[in-house]
Design a protein around this ligand. Structure first.
Ligand SMILES: [Zn+2]
Length: 295
């Protein structure tokens, strides 16, 4: 869900491991790695006999790259979601792989989107999400990670800041959009989506207080809400980006841009009904609990 400050430590810790790994597609170094949680262990054992399992420097040294989860139901669910998410945006699938580490289970509490067209999804995050929130949580996490693929492909987000905040908030928006679209996850009530989002947030960025570059909790709620609202319309990735950032001030601070939305005036008429709501999410008038009950 975000770039983690631990990455630099990790990269350093594993820089000595310049050996090629034994699996088949791990030789590229991601330019902008994407990470779900801060739960990474940075003190992995340096057992050289395990280097054969080495995935890359963003996973533990004992991790194994896999094409399946623990059973075919789970695997099929994720693969079908991957197809659905990519095809929603008119794209063929990226490479979806799973990462397992039986000797250090918690080390796979991550999902990483690579600029080289790959998404690596940890066993630990998959099964924790499934047990706590059901399938929709993994669908949302995957859609968020695929949002980063869209950013790599189309050179998004169109807004840049000194931190990853616009990238992360837009990925949240892409996920909210996917969950609503009829040819996506096809959820018509926001309650289910908000529950999934609250889970994703609780395991990811919610506790981050250090640099504040992932968006505050109200901003992330607003970003998911905005993506969900934009799901009323069938948008290309670049059109989604235009509209997401058109209303970005509503996400950041609850204010409404006064200029005209020239690309989608009818969408703007729809969205204007919700600007007050975004403001209330932002200033806390709509609480985290009430957020889940939005229509
Ligand atoms: Zn992310």
């Amino acid at each position: 869900m975000k770039t983690n400050f631990n990455f630099r430590l990790l990269a350093g810790a594993f820089a000595v491991l310049s050996l090629s790994a034994c699996n088949d597609d791990n030789l590229e170094t991601p330019v902008q790695p994407e990470q779900q949680t801060e739960n990474l262990k940075i003190d992995q054992p340096n057992e050289l006999e395990k280097v054969c399992y080495y995935v890359d420097q963003y996973w533990s040294s004992s991790s194994v790259l896999a094409t399946s989860l623990q059973n075919s139901t789970d695997t099929n669910f994720m693969n079908s979601q991957m197809t659905k998410i990519a095809s929603l945006w008119g794209r063929s699938n990226p490479t979806l792989r799973f990462v397992n580490d039986p000797s250090n289970v918690n080390s796979t509490y991550n999902a990483i989107s690579y600029s080289t067209g790959k998404i690596y999804y940890g066993y630990a995050i998959y099964y924790d999400a499934k047990s706590k929130g059901g399938d929709i949580v993994n669908a949302m996490i995957l859609a968020h990670e695929y949002g980063h693929q869209l950013q790599y492909i189309f050179g998004l987000p169109s807004v840049s800041e000194s931190t990853a905040r616009p990238n992360e908030l837009e990925a949240d928006g892409f996920a909210g959009y996917y969950l609503r679209r009829p040819n996506g996850y096809n959820q018509t009530t926001f309650a289910q989506i908000a529950a999934a989002y609250e889970f994703a947030q609780s395991i990811g960025d919610y506790q981050t207080t250090s640099s504040g570059h992932h968006g505050t909790p109200p901003q992330r709620r607003s970003a998911v809400r905005l993506g969900f609202l934009l799901g009323q319309y069938d948008l290309s990735a670049s059109s989604f980006d235009y509209n997401f950032f058109y209303y970005y001030q509503g996400v950041l601070n609850g204010t409404y841009k006064m200029g005209k939305n020239t690309q989608n005036p009818e969408l703007d008429a729809y969205m204007s009904q919700y600007m007050d709501e975004l403001r209330k999410i932002q200033n806390g008038e709509i609480s985290a609990e009430e957020f889940k009950d939005l229509q």
